[in-house]
Design a protein around this ligand. Structure first.
Ligand SMILES: Cc1cc2nc3c(=O)[nH]c(=O)nc-3n(C[C@H](O)[C@H](O)[C@H](O)COP(=O)(O)OP(=O)(O)OC[C@H]3O[C@@H](n4cnc5c(N)ncnc54)[C@H](O)[C@@H]3O)c2cc1C
Ligand code: FES
Length: 272
């Protein structure tokens, strides 16, 4: 279970210092917060939009004194967040959760959509690894940071391969197909993955088949983020405090729910 300083759960009002428009649907917000600048890749914050909602967002970078989140506009809260400008404030709790553990040697990073946010942050920290980065998205409007990642991975003699479901950029198809092709011919020390749960399920099956350790980030509904409310449970785990990063061994323990059921805010099991 992850341990965080008690102050992490205190709500802080932070001022937005910079807003970067990454694509028509994705923006990065930089803010100043001492605790968040100490975040490690995989950790997340709860972003409070007063009188509206509080939602989880991965930390996408730290450049002390600044940290950032990278937000895809998918619904009401993220739409409201997208309207925020420099000098506006939001509430922040966190950073929460565990983190990706860096390894050496050949590694495969697989992102779906804004799963790219924590994985690009991780790629910056994988200084002793040769990185193959597979970035997938529905369309090119959701595919961001390609030149930044290309630069990062080329330092380690690695490579970046992108795919879109509609073929508007890179390979046409889903990123798991790319992963399957590459895993059939190459060996990796570890796979890191972040994206929707059904994508993670496929990667989990490949990791088992090719006997490669996996570190995967899961997304579940989150409310308290400190292990109290139970909204984020998967089997015996609470994603907010036991995750969001899980290994293959842990995912095996929750195979009955993983990729099959999630909970809604009333605690009911819903089919994924
Ligand atoms: C640990 C974690 C890290 C995340 N990191 C990012 C990130 O870096 N960038 C990013 O764009 N998105 C991230 N998300 C997803 C993001 O939290 C949701 O897209 C957001 O909450 C949607 O809110 P909404 O009101 O705009 O959309 P809604 O229409 O309310 O919801 C759209 C979908 O978002 C999900 N969602 C809604 N509320 C929550 C909630 N409280 N907790 C979890 N999921 C929710 C549900 O799957 C829902 O179907 C992350 C989620 C988790 C759990
Ligand atoms: S969000 Fe409340 S227990 Fe995880």
């Amino acid at each position: 279970m992850s341990v965080y300083p008690i102050e992490a759960n205190f709500l802080r009002n932070v001022e937005i210092k910079e807003v970067l428009r990454e694509s028509p649907l994705i923006k990065t917000f930089l803010f100043e917060d001492k605790l968040c600048t100490k975040s490690v890749p995989g950790q997340f914050v709860m972003v409070w939009l007063p009188r509206f909602d509080e939602i989880p967002m991965s930390i996408s970078s730290t450049y002390p004194p600044l940290a950032s989140i990278t937000v895809s506009m998918v619904g009401k809260a993220t739409r409201l967040l997208h309207k925020k400008q420099v000098r506006d404030t939001v509430g922040i709790r966190g950073p929460f959760g565990n983190s990706f553990k860096p390894v050496k040697g050949k590694v495969l990073l697989i992102s779906g959509g804004t799963g790219i946010a924590p994985l690009a942050f991780l790629a910056e920290r994988l200084v002793e690894a040769e990185i193959t980065f597979l970035c997938g998205a529905k369309t090119k409007n959701e595919l961001i940071w390609l030149s930044k990642i290309k630069k990062l991975v080329s330092k380690s003699h690695g490579r970046l391969i992108s795919s879109t479901e509609d073929g508007s950029h890179g390979h046409k198809g889903v990123v798991t197909e790319l992963a399957d092709e590459i895993l059939a011919t190459e060996k990796f020390n570890t796979i890191y993955a972040c994206g929707k749960e059904l994508m993670i399920l496929k990667i989990f099956n490949y990791a088992k088949e090719y006997k490669i350790p996996l570190q995967a980030s899961l997304e579940r509904l989150m409310r308290c983020a400190i292990g109290v409310c139970g909204s984020c449970t998967i089997g015996k785990y609470r994603v907010c405090v036991d995750g969001p990063i899980f290994t293959s061994e842990q995912l095996c323990e929750v195979e009955k729910e993983f990729g099959k059921f999630k909970r809604d805010f009333d605690g009911r099991h819903l089919q994924i």
